[in-house]
Design a protein around this ligand. Structure first.
Ligand code: PLP
Length: 379
């Protein structure tokens, strides 16, 4: 086959004229930090998830940081989460002095093995953080049932889950706490950004204080007409607010979420047809409960050859790839602090998983090219 001239990245955000106009209009308005556009963005997520509150933020990581503080999770506490996740979660747990306790995944779906959670619970356990990995929902009802019995907090890691539904409920809509991310790789982006959804009035007050220096009101209320610029601070906070420039982009992206995810699903079905029968390659299975997949990632397991060589070959074919994720329990500092963990399924996938290109602007031909290249590489 002929090698394409243009590099096909693993991901590229879809930024159209509508996004550019919205950001330009925000610039022209001269109100570029947190304001009315952030409020609109928050309302869109309240409506999507059904959660009572939504707090827009600088990133998903920022969300985890203030959430752990607001919930009082720190030294001596344990938090159960998969190792197959982004290091940001583990970093935040570690920076708060708590200990991540890793739960294994299901080999086929790469999702948290909910049946393995209960055995990890100790008197020190405070929270469970399931990940809606790659846009597929974790088994929320099972996790909620276990958390309910042991009085544990559930924090959905919904970084991959804009457009993820489980038994008719959108991520963030389970009456728990959820954190979304809008990094440029995500299904919708604000450049960088994050958002927490939840239902607790007192938590809402704390999160809003912690998000902005511990100050009671947002800048737009202090500096607007008739606003009171005086403030007092009950407890110190961070500077983790989203800006209206980000929300201007995010509001348009949000309105295109359905269009984006439908296109992602089309590409995935081309991949399934084109890659399903290749020996040496295993596709990620969908969970068997009712759900709608957001198809954030398309992760395959490579058996035919070593993954390093497979990556080299993909590069030769001008195809990008990603790694979601190097398991956290094998990261240097985590190993040193937490010691060994018994995660046979996570370790079984660790050196096989690789994420193939998946983004709405990919053409059918791009997907066909990837399938043909992989067939040739693994021949
Ligand atoms: C599973 C998961 N959790 C959390 C995050 C953190 O989000 P952010 O990059 O917005 O801080 C990411 C981001 O890639 C992620 O993939």
């Amino acid at each position: 086959m002929k090698i394409r001239d243009e590099f096909l990245p693993m991901n590229r955000p879809s930024i159209g004229e509508a996004e550019i106009s919205a950001v330009t209009a925000c610039l022209r308005s001269r109100w570029i930090t947190t304001g009315a556009l952030c409020k609109t963005f928050e309302e869109k997520f309240q409506e999507l998830t059904g959660a009572k509150y939504a707090v827009s933020l600088a990133s998903g990581t920022a969300g985890m940081d203030i959430l752990l503080t607001a919930l009082g999770i720190g030294a001596g506490d344990e938090v159960i989460t998969p190792s197959l996740t982004f290091a940001s979660t583990i970093n935040m747990i570690a920076l708060h002095g708590a200990r991540p306790v890793f739960v294994d995944i299901d080999y086929d779906t790469l999702l948290v093995n909910a049946d393995a959670v209960e055995a990890l619970i100790t008197p020190r356990t405070k929270a469970i953080i399931p990940v809606h990995f790659g846009g597929a929902p974790a088994d929320m009802h099972k996790i909620q049932e276990i958390a309910g019995r042991h009085k544990l907090i559930v924090i959905e890691d919904a970084a991959h889950a804009a457009g993820t539904w489980y038994r008719g409920i959108h991520a963030g809509g389970f009456g728990e706490i959820a954190i979304f991310s809008f990094h440029p790789i995500k299904n919708i982006t604000t450049g960088e950004g994050g958002l927490i959804t939840h239902n607790d009035e007192e938590l809402e007050r704390k999160l809003r204080l912690l998000r902005f220096h511990g100050i009671e009101r947002d800048a737009w209320k202090r500096y607007g007409k008739g606003g009171n610029p005086e403030y007092d601070i009950e407890a110190p906070g961070w500077k983790y607010n989203m800006t209206d420039l980000q929300a201007a982009l995010g509001n348009v992206q949000f309105d295109r979420l359905g269009e984006f995810n439908r296109r992602r699903a089309e590409i995935v079905s081309l991949y399934e047809k084109g890659l399903g029968d290749i020996a040496g390659l295993e596709l990620t299975a969908d969970p068997d409960y009712p759900h709608l997949h957001a198809h954030h990632l398309f992760v395959v397991k490579v058996h035919g050859i070593k993954r390093g060589l497979f990556m080299e070959k993909l590069s030769e074919y001008n195809i990008g790839y990603g790694l979601h994720f190097p398991p956290c329990h094998l990261l240097k500092y985590v190993k040193e602090r937490c010691g060994a963990a018994f995660l046979p399924e996570t370790e079984r996938v660790a050196d096989k998983i690789i994420s193939l290109p998946l983004f709405p602007e990919m053409t059918d031909d791009d997907a066909g090219y990837v399938c043909e290249a992989i067939r040739e590489i693994l021949k």
